[in-house]
Each structure stands twice: as C-alpha cells, then as structure tokens.
Design a protein around this ligand. Sequence first.
Ligand SMILES: Nc1nc2c(c(=O)[nH]1)N[C@H]1C(S)=C(S)[C@@H](COP(=O)(O)O)O[C@H]1N2
Ligand SMILES: [Mo]
Length: 388
Amino acid sequence: MDTMDETATGLDRRRFLALAGTAALLPAAGFSLQAAAVPNSKRRMLQVNGYATDAETPVDALTTYITPNDLFFVRHHWNPTYQNVWRWNLTVDGEVERPVRLTLADLKKMPRASVTCVLQCAGNGRGLYKPVVPGVQWKYGAVGNARWTGVRVKDLLDRAGVKASAGHLHTSGADKPPGKVPPFNRSIEIGKALEDGLVAYEMNGEPLAPLHGAPARLVIPGWAGDHWMKWLTNLSAQPEPQKGFYMETAYKYPKEPGAPGVTFKPDEMRPVTELFVKSNITEAPSRARVGEAATIRGFAFSGAPDIAKVEVSDDGGQTWRPAALDPQHDPYAWRLWSFRYTPAAAGRVTLLARATDIRGSEQPKEAVWNQSGYLYNGWHSADIEVTA
Ligand SMILES: Nc1nc2c(c(=O)[nH]1)N[C@H]1C(S)=C(S)[C@@H](COP(=O)(O)O)O[C@H]1N2
Ligand SMILES: [Mo]
C-alpha cells in the first residue's frame, strides 16, 4: 500500500521548502547548521496535515514560453495517494467493445503525441474578485504553459473500441478524499476528449512529477484545469455525464452576467469548460523617465487556439496601442508579448493590458462576478512612477 511516508518522499525537499514557505526560517549565516550530518536520502519533510498543496507561481516568474516544472503551480483538493508506478494501471471501460488495462510500459508502447498548451485553474484570479469569494485565493499564477507528452485519448478509445452510445468520458484519479467529503468525480464530453485530449506521462520532457499527477494525467487543451485529472486510473465511456458535487454543484459559471455579490441560482449556471481570453503583465518597471522607452512584457491566452492581439493603454482604456506578439506558438498555448512604452509626461501612470483572441473575444475591463470566483479575466494593470 502507498503510505503517508511514501507520499511525503514524493516531495523533493527543496521544492517542499519553497512550497511551504519555510525557507525564510533558515538561520542566518554564522550559525552552525550541522546540515552535512544529515544524508541526502533523509533530507525531506513529511506533510502531516490533511490539506492539499495549493501553490501559485509569482506572476513575475511567468516570463518564458515554457513554464519550468519546478515553478509550475500546484492545485488539488486533498492529499493525493501517490501512485506506485510498478503497480499502476489505467483501465478504459464502459461503453466499449474491449475493456483494456494498461501499465505505464504499455502506454509508452503506444504512439507518442505531444501538445504545448496552457493549464489554468478555473479559480485563477479568485482572490481578485470583489466582493470577496470564499475558496483558494489565487491571484495571477495558477496558470502555466507546458509541453505535455503521452498518448492521445482517441488512440486509447480506438483501442478499446468505443461505442456510439458513449456521450461522456468519466475520469477517475487515485486520490481519495477523507471521510464524507465528496470525491473529485469528473467527466467531459466525449467529442472534446476525442478531438485533442491527451493522457500525459511527461511534462516538459521529464517524467510527470508526483504533484502534477504521476504517472499519468489528462490534458484537455483550452479547457480549465478541473478537467485535467491527475493520478489518472480510469477512463470510462458512458452515455450520461458524471454525477456528484464536482459536476453538479462545483465548476458552474453564470450563463448571463449579474450584479457583483448576488448569488446565481443553479438554473442560471452552465458548466465551466473553455478558458476565457486573458492577458497578464509579467514585467514592468516601477519607475521610468519622460522620453525614455521602457519595456513591458506579459503573456496572453484564451480558450480559442490563439490570440489575435494584445493592446496596452495608458489612459484608462480610452486609447490602445498594439503590443508585439512573440512568434513562438502552439494551439492553446500562450503568446508572450512585449510593448515599448515611452512616457510623455511626469507623474504616476497606470498601464493596462487587454487581449483579443482569434474568435474576436475581447478581454473585459471587469470579470463577471460569480459566487465560486471562476474564470477571472479582468484587465491587468501596472503602475509606473514617471519622472522628468
Ligand atoms: N485527481 C485529481 N486531479 C485533479 C485535481 C484533484 O483534486 N484531483 N484537481 C484539478 C484542478 S482543480 C486543477 S486546477 C489541476 C491542477 O494541476 P497541477 O497541480 O498540475 O497544476 O489538476 C486537476 N486535477
Ligand atoms: Mo482548479
């Protein structure tokens, strides 16, 4: 059985300290740590509370096309049961001709496929909504762009012989919630799963890390993170959507905007699927000089496969000027952008960035308030103190 100890050894110590924010507690220079006495094999910490790791990337570190694995945000609902890869299986069953059970070695013998795309938590930006919404107070960094490699969901379903009666793909992970807490049961429309869904066992060229769902997880390009099942153990083709709290209550977004702070009723909501068009500023100087160009950078993405433009305003959104889009791109990946800004006058200036995707959706000034705090995509700003 996987024990708590195995769970904790799955955490790299440096990573653990960074996540736990304890690095600041290390004694100052001059104090003898005696660290050399502890062998590397024992250098780890054991997480003993029942809460999940929720950690976002500081937005000023999201400056590269590929987000490095050790900086990639982590989100799950409770402590996972990390999978022993030697005993791990992925089963594909339900409305199929031939149910299949695959080991990791079996998966790796199937045709390899890769996609580079954004993973964003549906709750990224929840902490920016006013009035305040309960839940993990994500700001800007529950998002990253990575290259995912594994097996196409389509190849797996073809191998099992999926029947026409299958409308939804139920997905299960190995994590089991404590007590009466509802399990993280999820399903997706089979059409989307077949179109570009991937069962990934590599992230940015490395074996998928325990915190990101090792040995394999789902990748659903363009759709919010709640569809990206980690520690994946079962894909089941079914006629109907999955039931339960995480399908029927959670991950619902208003069909029409309402007034901030006013709770939407269940029939006024629809499921969260595609991401919304969004840009964030990752680099901007806090000070600049009149007449001297400064560089502003950021990233932009959408639930559409590409961004059409990113614009910057220094007058509260009355006029906009185009930013330069980086040529590097893959469908549903983000675009890095940059903007040369030359201040015309001294004083405090607020720069705003907004993105428009290739379907014509434009990032709104204000995100639509909703009681779960999903899909925040209001304009991001940076303040610059301009001196003569
Ligand atoms: N099994 C399992 N998979 C899961 C979750 C979970 O709680 N359990 N959380 C989901 C949510 S809400 C998000 S945003 C992504 C986060 O993936 P990451 O930790 O690799 O960034 O995993 C998803 N997959
Ligand atoms: Mo999420």
